[in-house]
Design a protein around this ligand. Sequence first.
Ligand SMILES: [Zn+2]
Ligand SMILES: [Zn+2]
Ligand SMILES: [Zn+2]
Ligand SMILES: [Zn+2]
Length: 345
Amino acid sequence: MAAGGEASSSVELGFAERAAPARLVSSQFPSKVGGRPAWLSLQLPGPELLRCGGCAQPLLFLLQVYAPRGRAFHRALLLFCCALPACSSRRFAVFRSQLGRTNDFYPADPPPEPGSEPGPASSPGPRLCCVCGASGPKSCSRCRRAHYCGKEHQSADWRAGHRAECGRPGDAGGSLLSLNILFPELELVMELEDSEGQKLEDLTECLESLSAADSDCVTEALDEQELEAMAKHETKEDRIFAHFKRRIALAPDQVLRYCRGGSPLWVSGENIPLDIDIPNCSCGAMREFEFQVMPQLLNQLKVDRLGESLDWGTLVVYTCEQSCDHGNEYSPEFLWKQDFSADQL
Ligand SMILES: [Zn+2]
Ligand SMILES: [Zn+2]
Ligand SMILES: [Zn+2]
Ligand SMILES: [Zn+2]
């Protein structure tokens, strides 16, 4: 199911589940985690745009959300991150791609079932880095069948096994190294959050604005014990984190929350962006909250093998509220990373 629909305060939750790889390719318009990107527009961003602003190494694909919207018949948001243990800045990047129903890459009718023949003949598709799935303008000078985003993945792949495989029939490079560096590939399955979630939200707002005793609004939703537990959290910081934990407890496995135009669920009272911290889109329009990645995703990514390199409280993605049209190009959007505050760890 696609995320999105019309703006409302209801939240869709994303759960990461195993799925047949055939469901997770571009022509199926998936929401997914890990593996290689299922590019929407096949006019890919250049490899230079998919480099960490800190260490200049290639970014890895983290996840994508398929979220059509109005005139954007197809619309996808793709998130990339730097996962290098040695990198001190570990940047993220988000790109939005959208296409009309009639477009240069996909038939106007619903996609064929996974595994069936693709629709009307499409062009051969862009050259992809056989390691990370980004645009791959460089090729192995010996076999010319293995393509790379840049010299890093080329030389790493050479060492990881392409040296031995190069030129063998059927080999196009990348296989061994990819297994080691890509995040595990999973489908993102979206479901509406239980209405208890909104109740909890309303209640917390009410408590926030409440002077201790007069509690009209605090009626059925929580029993006394729970109320006391909430009241005990004295600092604002505690209350925010307690609220976070309560809301998450309704569906502990959620790895993503989608609520375009809504509000993110903060993990901490620290480092919450002000409006001026969120830059406008290149078209001049404001950006609005669209989805956030939850810390539970880290458990599913097996990041330990990356040497504790990746961590977040939540990753909050803001997108152009006009969803402005850039044809086949990918437009950068904005990501805000919030960490757990020190005393929550
Ligand atoms: Zn980096
Ligand atoms: Zn690459
Ligand atoms: Zn080769
Ligand atoms: Zn815009």
